[in-house]
Design a protein. Structure first.
Length: 317
């Protein structure tokens, strides 16, 4: 028997995921309370003893993003002050990941700020899924688990007839990961090249690979305002004549993206995971299907707890 008890907690942003994970590990979710005070301050308290326990704190950074980050930091502080043995932060969606470098002079590297905050508060380990730039793991001095949802998506897609399908990488940066999807599913692959004009605007410039007569399956790490949907225009202008599927890990899904998915007959299916809760309008869209990453995270937690390797679930791209 492990000498330090396992204890799973969650903040208030997406407790359903944590409850599902706890159930798979045959344990109860830890008892804690988050209170949003009238002046917008946040108060957190642990309602049970965690002294000497190995904590696994599951905190999807759902909107409002900055409130969720503050809640995370306060919980890490509470665990540390309550003498927890290890504080393992399970952060399915890592915030500010698109701000991981200085693209222009005099701008903040926001992802580094988030990493510093989490580490300085006392986290012992961090795990995240399909981060926008894998190099962000280098922002930490503590152990980092860059987990991939590739296996979850491939297991789902293998239930369908994928004949005449093709994996589409939405940009050059996703090419190594797209290649792993193509290899695992036995499909060809094509790569789109895009340029980002602003935070909210991108344009596709050209494509490498033959796509005519095939059903595109676009893979990516996140969908927010729907810039990826602009690539559908490019695909159909360049020979695609079958409805598009998208397999995207993090469903940020701002209202304009949801309305575009609902209205565009060229989009047949958008598959996302539950790293984030679906916005209410997205739940009403029959094209959007959410699959669970709880079994994956439960297995990662089990292996970390008993000291087994998790390398088979880590994809370096």
């Amino acid at each position: 028997m492990h000498e330090n008890p396992m204890h799973i907690f969650s903040g208030g942003r997406h407790q359903q995921l944590a409850i599902e994970i706890a159930g798979l590990l045959k344990t109860n979710l830890g008892n804690s309370t988050t209170t949003f005070l009238p002046d917008s301050e946040i108060h957190v308290i642990l309602n049970e003893v965690v002294r000497g326990h190995d904590i696994y704190f599951i905190q999807p950074i759902a909107r409002p993003v900055n409130d969720a980050i503050m809640e995370l930091l306060l919980y890490i502080d509470a665990f540390r002050r309550a003498s927890a043995n290890k504080i393992n932060v399970m952060l399915p969606y890592f915030p500010y990941a698109r701000q991981e470098r200085m693209a222009r002079g005099r701008e903040s590297i926001s992802a580094r700020v988030i990493a510093d905050l989490i580490e300085s508060q006392g986290a012992d380990r961090i795990s995240f899924i399909d981060i926008h730039n894998p190099a962000i793991q280098g922002f930490f001095k503590i152990p980092v688990d860059p987990i991939s949802a590739l296996g979850v998506f491939c297991n789902y897609l293998e239930n369908y007839d994928l004949q005449n399908s093709i994996i589409v990488s939405p940009d050059v940066g996703r090419t190594p990961l797209a290649a792993k999807y193509a290899e695992k599913l036995g499909l060809p692959m094509t790569v789109l090249h895009k340029r980002r004009d602003s935070f909210s605007a991108t344009r596709t410039t050209h494509m490498v690979g033959e796509i005519c007569g095939k059903r595109p399956i676009i893979i990516d790490d996140m969908i927010a305002g729907g810039s990826i949907l602009n690539q559908i225009d490019f695909l159909f202008e360049n020979g695609v004549d079958q409805p598009v599927w998208l397999a995207i890990t993090h469903p940020i899904l701002l209202p304009n993206a949801i309305s575009r998915i609902s209205a565009d007959d060229r989009i047949e299916k958008v598959i996302v995971t539950n790293t984030l809760p679906l916005p209410e309008p997205a739940k009403e869209c029959s094209k959007i299907e959410q699959i669970s990453i709880a079994p994956l995270l439960a297995e990662i937690i089990r292996r970390i707890y008993i000291g087994e390797s998790i390398s088979s679930h880590i994809i370096l791209s």
